[in-house]
Ligand binder design. Structure first.
Ligand code: F6P
Length: 320
């Protein structure tokens, strides 16, 4: 029986666990022997690889994070350690890999493929939603729901006083979480790397609103802009309103995967196993304009993430 190993790598994201479970179940149905790699690339090097049993993947579907754990390994950049990882796979009869993670992890596995010819399939997973070639990455919907709950709670307290709240969302250099959250929670301000902001115009708009009765403000700021603290001070001074900053932080990364993330995990997992069985050596599973597909790793490596135009456009008036 051919061995197929599954690993999670890079930042954890809700949806990784259902994807692991589905790969194990589906690969078994297809006559493959599934293995689990613990601790991501570090585990590949250190041989933390065991055959997957039913118990390993039962009761994990609803859990956030990754039960396989993850890592960001610098050693994997060195040939000597990649060779060690390859030897581990050969010893166990593993000929295929599935990696659930981000573009950095895919690039690492592509390097590994170039060295040793071990085919892999990638499943996009990161709350940042910043992997080129796909409209959706596992973990995004769960993170958005977490942020929505937080902003709804913050609005309760904001509206009980005359107060502004600046809420910083994660996303690295990508403003997707901030834009969708601002729209879905009815924020008054949204500052993201994708849209130019104009504080003077924001000031004029909100001073007019305040004159007409607005008594609280919600501003959503993407961490990639580094603007959260500045905006909080700016609101105090320029809008003459008490302002508080809430940095949501890692709460956005945890939590039980939503139904959408669970179903997308299943879709990506089945597609990844099928892609390897069809003989494709290094495809990344994608969800593009509502259709599940796969693209060559080169597409992911060589292009820039392109967010849905309507989301960028609809949130742009909140930055001026
Ligand atoms: O890539 C996912 C992410 O949560 C980003 O949104 C954030 O900038 C970063 O990881 C945080 O990294 P760490 O968990 O290493 O602090």
């Amino acid at each position: 029986m051919e061995g197929i190993a599954i690993m999670t790598s890079g930042g954890d994201a809700a949806g990784m666990n259902p994807a692991v479970k589905c790969v194990v179940d589906y690969a078994t149905q297809k006559g493959l022997k599934p293995y689990l790699v613990r601790d991501g690339l570090r585990g590949l090097i250190d041989g933390l690889i065991t055959e997957a049993s039913r118990q390993d993947v039962s009761g994990i579907l609803h859990r956030g994070g990754t039960v396989l754990r993850s890592s960001r390994s610098k050693r994997f950049f060195e040939y000597e350690y990649r060779k060690q990882a390859y030897d581990n796979l050969v010893n166990l009869g593993i000929t295929k890999l599935i990696v659930i993670g981000g573009d950095g992890s895919f690039a690492a596995l592509n390097r590994f493929y170039a060295d040793f010819g071990v085919p892999f399939a990638g499943i996009p997973a990161t709350i940042d939603n910043d992997i080129p070639g796909t409209d959706y990455c596992l973990g995004v919907d769960t993170a958005l729901n977490m942020i929505r709950d937080s902003i709804d709670s913050i609005r309760d307290t904001a509206s009980s006083f005359n107060r502004a709240f600046v809420i910083e969302t994660m996303g690295r250099d990508c403003g997707y979480l901030a834009m969708v959250s601002a729209l879905s929670s009815g924020a008054e301000i949204c500052i993201v790397p994708e849209n130019e902001y104009d504080l003077e115009k924001i000031g004029e708009r909100l001073r007019e609103d305040i004159k007409n009765g607005r008594d609280h403000i919600i501003a959503v700021v993407a961490e990639g802009t580094n603007m959260a603290e500045y905006l909080t001070r700016w609101i105090k001074v320029n809008l003459n309103m008490d302002a508080r900053l809430t940095v949501l932080g890692h709460v956005q990364r945890g939590g039980s995967p939503t139904v959408y993330d669970r179903i997308m995990a299943y879709r990506f997992a089945v597609a990844a196993v099928d892609s390897l069985l069809a003989g494709h050596p290094n495809k990344i599973m994608v969800f593009k304009e509502g259709v599940l597909d796969s693209v060559d790793i080169e597409v992911v490596n060589s292009s820039k993430v392109k967010l849905a135009d309507d989301i960028v456009m609809m949130s742009s008036h909140l930055s001026r």
